[in-house]
Design a binder for this molecule. Sequence first.
Ligand code: CA
Ligand code: CA
Ligand code: CA
Length: 348
Amino acid sequence: MKRLLPLIVLLSLGLLIGCGGDDEEPPTGGGTTIPSLQVVAATSAPSLTDPDDAGTWGGITPETLSVGAGSDYLPKGSVGKVSSIPTNILVQATTFGGNLYLRLQWVDPTLSAYPDYYAVTKVSPPVEFSHDQIAEEDQIYVMFSDGAGGYDGWNWKVLSTGGAGMGAGYTMTDATTVPVLDSAGSASISTVVTNPATFNQPTYFPADTSEFTGYKLLFDANILHRTDTVRLQIDPILNDTVPITPPLTGGWTVGQKIPGWLVQPGVADRPEAERGSRWDIKTVDKYDSLTNMYTVVLCRKLNTTYADDVDLSVLDSVKVKIAVLDNQDDFIAGGTARGFSEFLWLVF
Ligand SMILES: [Ca+2]
Ligand SMILES: [Ca+2]
Ligand SMILES: [Ca+2]
């Protein structure tokens, strides 16, 4: 027992320090050790076109955060039951040129990227569609504690922000409200616009129409208006390509999807003053259908100068929590499609 005494004293001391730790002092808080990640500056700009960028991320060991394993992970009292999709998320971080770069990886067995879509219900002729507006897709919130019970939120959605290489800024001010979008810029900017319906038929189609298999319909390329005619398919009787007008021709399959939103590329390249506080986060992502792994890189200025953002440039550390939503658009609702991570200290 005598031999153990120094150890017990040491452990007790450690426990006391742990419990008494200020919430804003890494690495402990609330009696539980909070993982921390030392953010080291990069020597060159991390890629915003390649989410793997081995030159940047190959040398940074990821921190693994648990997701949804306990009520302690809830960000607010009003947020409902925690679920466990996924069970963990890998986080890497670095800085370069006054920006914070985060790389997140998590497993999601379903690429849920159709918040609004038309589906082929009848193939010949004319092709008929249903129109589903479910407003749900895979997404994350990276939540930076503002030190006053709220969060500065970076929100990435697989299609409706990520399709344009962006994340949207949100403010989470108290325990009773849903996240509120950061203030807009001087110009009204959207990363997506609706693909209008006429009698349930989409107005815009991918230019390869029936061959289309993706979920991103880009507004400024590979797009076909319903009244355009194209030479697209072989007519079996004429044995020649014939001009057709979508969607009245064959070549479609039942269940095939046409995006209900058109992605506006180039939003990330627009002037900062136009993008404003709402669109101050740039992203690049990929989904690996073999490993079911999302990889998302997010980049924002440490100090955006906007009032609705936490100024990370004056902090030596910040507490971060991540919300992972699987084909879900409701931040507050419980259920199996939404989980929150434990806290992580980013130490600058
Ligand atoms: Ca999913
Ligand atoms: Ca912002
Ligand atoms: Ca913000």
